[in-house]
Design a protein around this ligand. Structure first.
Ligand code: TR5
Length: 129
């Protein structure tokens, strides 16, 4: 199986359905940590830290990637970021955490359904790779 980095390098930007649609529809299992009518947060299948959660909008509405965001997306973008705070608190990340959005090939994005990564539970490094 390809590593996540390899998957990202091979991923072709697309507007079509992704694996996240199946996770939203519960057609494939995921470890959900938070859900409301607009967003879903679940544990990353290939965690990069003790805590690694992916937060997605339930309705993609053209938001394949951050660079496709338009004015109409402002509310859901705020909701996603606020959910990062909720999830980090739930996970006990009082000492801090990192929020990441990978955009496009250069950003190492592998799934073309906008998502935030909440990563924590260990000391992060800077700059990122
Ligand atoms: O590389 P980007 O930023 O696009 O992030 C996509 C993330 O989705 C990666 O960190 C993957 O590890 C994660 N991912 C991929 C799959 C998956 C998942 N997280 C939870 N469950 C998953 N399933 C069931 N299938 C995946 N292909």
């Amino acid at each position: 199986m390809a590593s996540e980095k390899e998957a990202a390098l091979e991923a072709v930007p697309s507007d079509g359905p992704t694996i996240f649609d199946k996770i939203i529809d519960k057609k494939i299992p995921s470890s959900v940590v938070y859900e409301d009518d607009q967003v879903l947060a679940f544990r990353d299948i290939a965690p990069q830290a003790p805590v690694h959660i992916v937060i997605i909008p339930k309705v993609k509405d053209g938001l394949t990637r951050l660079s496709k965001a338009e004015e109409r997306h402002v509310e859901i973008l705020g909701r996603l970021l606020y959910t990062a705070k909720i999830v980090a608190k739930q996970e006990g990340l009082e000492n801090g955490f990192r929020v990441v959005i990978n955009d496009g090939p250069d950003g190492c994005q592998s799934v073309y359904h906008l998502h935030l990564h909440v990563i924590g539970g260990r000391q992060m490094n800077w700059p990122p790779g």
